[in-house]
Design a protein around this ligand. Structure first.
Ligand code: RP5
Length: 166
């Protein structure tokens, strides 16, 4: 059973979306992925969103570019949390996608991450699941500890470089 469902407006979004897929795989989270368009296949978007909760999905990641209404349309038909991933388009560098996703009217929120920030969409989904999953929470703590260690390592390198060049 998929805990996270990823929907993307087009298969042209997949190279970016892979970042979220990689995160979910790393944390061992079951997921499914579909191409569904809010504009080109609106009936399918509605059907998917209405059935998601009863099929066991807990979180939806919706990736789209340009007039990126996918996250909002999905959120309109479900009470599941929707994480919107704006895709960088050829026009305005993805600002169009970001604003389409983030400027939702009151009552229908989506949690938008940064433009092309697929890894953060994946991590946020894992964090939501970790609220009720101690094993995932532990993995997230380890992940953060590794990240902190790598920053410490970078600082050590910087200090060494600066010291050596004095
Ligand atoms: C959006 O339009 C998709 O999410 C994609 O980012 C963008 C372009 O789609 P294609 O024309 O490449 O199918 O709906």
């Amino acid at each position: 059973m998929s805990q996270v469902a990823i929907v993307m407006g087009s298969n042209s979004d997949l190279p970016v979306v892979r970042g979220a897929i990689d995160v979910l795989k790393t944390f061992g989270v079951d997921f499914e992925a579909h191409v569904i368009s809010a504009h080109r296949t609106p009936a399918k978007a509605e059907e998917f969103a209405k059935k998601a909760a009863s099929s066991g999905v807990k979180i939806i990641i919706a990736a789209a570019g340009k007039a990126a209404h996918l996250g909002g349309v999905i959120a309109a038909y479900t009470t599941l949390p929707v994480i919107a991933l704006p895709i960088k388009s050829s026009f305005m560098d993805g600002l169009d996608s970001l604003l389409s996703m983030v400027q939702m009217p009151a009552g229908i929120p989506v949690a938008a991450v940064g433009v092309n920030a697929a890894d953060n969409a994946g991590i946020l989904a894992v964090q939501m699941l970790a609220i009720s999953d101690n094993e995932l929470a532990k993995k997230l703590q380890e992940f953060k500890a590794e990240m902190a260690a790598s920053v410490e390592e970078k600082d050590k390198k910087l200090q060494k470089e600066l010291y050596d060049n004095i």
